[in-house]
Design a protein around this ligand. Sequence first.
Ligand SMILES: [Zn+2]
Length: 353
Amino acid sequence: MSPSKIMTERLLVTALKGGKNTKIITLIGKKIRKMPSTLGKLPGLRTLDLQNNLICKICPELSALTQLTLLNLGNNRLEELPEEMKGLISLKSLHLFGNKICRIAAGVFDGLQELMMLNLNDNRLTSLPQEVGRLKKLTRLSLNHNQLTTIPEELFSLRHLSELHLNYNQLMCIPEEIKLLRNLQQLSVVRNNLEGLPEGLCHLRKLRILDIAGNVIQTFPDGFQDLRLSEFYCEGNPLFLTQPNFATQHRDILTLREIATRCILLQLEEDHPLILEAMEYYPEIKDIFSQAKQCAICRKPFFSEWVECVQFVSLPKNWNASKNLQQIPLRILLCSYECFDQRDTNVFGVFEE
Ligand SMILES: [Zn+2]
């Protein structure tokens, strides 16, 4: 038996003598390969810190630790979070950073009703189970350095979430539903593949720190300038920073589909009875109409054809922003070149010649 293993056994024997009175076990960097099954005999345990070991499996006995509030299994060799973990009904903090986790059993999150902090940085997750939405008390969630391509809708039901870290993943977009996270104060999505930010983000009145460095964002949604940020980082994005060239004048040639859709959208705004009645028969049309946008100048609706513009607004006073940002480029959509001709002097066309 190796000296470190003997020491581990000794520590556990001492802990066992304490029985129900043992509250804390800390075995950091002891080269432990297997979780000690004797843990199951310490139901009064509150803190279990086994970080920096070589553990590759969570033992079933862990589920007996119903009073455990802190579990640290960071920097081990775990590949999976098994169902048994749902027995940890008092757990508040769970550290699982630096493992090889690629699977989370669906039921795990069912039991973790008290969990407030979850750290899954540096793992191999390609997706999150939708059950993440059951962690109702979660305030901090960290998923940096994984391989996530999407965020499950259920995450947006976590109303107490105040910190969300998704740096170094492969996200293409942030869903509009982000607006439901009303208590969000910190959002970091450094080094993903984001092409833009959702309008829903502009509804987050408590957001103070936003880090979007290293994405492919060119403009921000209208309303972004009203956020009450204290820190904003946006280095490494191809932002529109200089005023683009004026475009040559084009004539509006809209497709028949666009013309018909605009016509119906207008009548819908006026509650035209015939249109409302027809909608009942074609529910799939509602989806199309929900994607309608509004012209920034005439306020009339349009559907999928527009004139893309950028409007520069000055940086709000209290924002402590990246140095590359002097003015905020907002994405502005117009229904036609007719409206384009009536734009303000700080609105510029963004289109290919
Ligand atoms: Zn217009």
